[in-house]
Write a protein that binds this ligand. Structure first.
Ligand code: MG
Length: 382
């Protein structure tokens, strides 16, 4: 029996994780849940899985949560805010921490979990983007471990197993291309937030859907791959594959390419990470290649989608580059959602910020967070 803590339990990764826990009650148990502001869903999850600790975003919500549970026979410890996230990430009982909160807020709990030697199944790509080098060092020093949860990184993890790392020539992350990869630049100018949040293949939150539409999601994943697999940035590229069936590919020194294929279902990479790389028996619909008929691939057009070039540019700038890219993107996406800037301006603003970044290496998570704040303030954050 493995005890799990989930941070970001009411989002799509969190819900898919709980679906697996429900299917495998003899394998997994929930010891901690943390969510943002979705009180009704968190109450439901807490009542069903009965973890010892539940965390929510604010003290007001924590009070309401306590009130909701008071009438029942279940009385967990209720915590809140950033300290609540840290607490759930470091629970003594947790054998594995699923880190599925969205955005820079995920960095601190990821770091804290690794520092107490936890295994972390990481869906929060911002942590690796902001501080991949530091998190790897922390994991090594404290016997923690980072397991990929993203479908692309899980595909690479699976394709690399049993291979000599020196034989690796190239990692190729596949990208759906988002809903607009066929549109020309003149059409992209007029994309609205409502259009951008509708993703053709995956059901996701608004931030990641917009990142997918600008291909910034793939840019973040390239940076994440650089640290998860500790490979040279020059060996990592991306390829558009609208069907999202090939989840990523690895090329070796003899020219062989190993890919991971499956129908798009986040529960597969989650199950693989939850079970630490041992396959669980899942009875989901399986891939029928004869029925698919064909799989399509296209190069990424850097002219219309400059995000990938920005990722490589950020990586050459070191820690400051990737922190700046992430902060600038989060700021620009929220401005786009608020209707303040157009679709193409998201990557333009990121490019402008990157152009002024000086190469810098950070030696602590606090330095990373301070620089993140500095970039946001320079873009007018309050
Ligand atoms: Mg992904």
């Amino acid at each position: 029996m493995k005890n799990l803590s989930i941070l970001g339990s009411t989002g799509s990764i969190g819900e898919n994780t709980l679906d697996l826990v429900r299917r495998f009650p003899d394998n997994f148990r929930i010891c901690g849940l943390a969510a943002g502001g979705n009180l009704p869903k968190l109450v439901q999850q807490a009542m069903e899985f009965r973890p010892e600790v539940v965390s929510i975003q604010t003290p007001e919500l924590a009070e309401q949560l306590e009130k909701e549970l008071r009438r029942s026979d279940y009385h967990p410890d209720i915590v809140w805010g950033a300290d609540g996230l840290d607490h759930v990430a470091t629970l003594a009982a947790a054998d594995l921490v699923v880190l599925a909160v969205v955005g820079a807020v995920g960095l601190r709990p990821t770091y804290k979990a690794l520092r107490v030697g936890k295994k972390v199944a990481l869906a929060n790509k911002e942590s690796m983007v902001m501080a991949g080098r530091l998190l790897n060092e922390t994991a090594r020093r404290h016997q923690g471990e980072i397991l990929p949860l993203d479908s692309e990184h899980s595909a690479i993890w699976q394709s690399l197993r049993g291979e000599r790392r020196s034989a690796l020539r190239r990692l190729t992350l596949t990208a759906s291309g988002g809903p607009f990869f066929r549109l020309d630049k003149a059409e992209l100018v007029h994309i609205t937030p409502e259009q951008a949040v509708k993703h053709p293949r995956w059901e996701m939150g608004p931030k990641i859907s917009i990142d997918s539409a600008t291909m910034m999601n793939k840019a973040l994943e390239i940076i994440e791959a650089r640290w998860l697999f500790e490979e040279e940035p020059g060996k990592i590229n991306a390829l558009i594959h609208p069907q999202s069936i090939v989840h990523s590919l690895v090329e070796f020194c003899d020219g062989s390419v190993i890919a991971h294929l499956a129908l798009p279902d986040m529960r597969l990479p989650i199950a693989y990470a939850l079970n630490a790389g041992e396959r669980l028996e899942l009875d989901f619909p399986v891939l029928d290649l004869a029925r698919e008929g064909h799989l399509d691939f296209y190069p990424v057009d850097g002219e219309r989608f400059p995000a990938l070039d920005l990722a490589h540019q950020a990586l050459t700038l070191g820690d400051s580059g990737t922190v700046a890219l992430n902060a600038a993107n989060e700021m620009a996406v929220s401005r786009f959602i608020a209707g303040e800037i157009g679709f193409l301006e998201i990557t333009e603003q990121v490019a402008t910020v990157l152009a002024s970044v000086e190469e810098c290496r950070f030696s602590s998570i606090q330095e990373v967070l301070d620089y993140d704040r500095e970039i946001r303030l320079s873009m007018g954050a309050e």
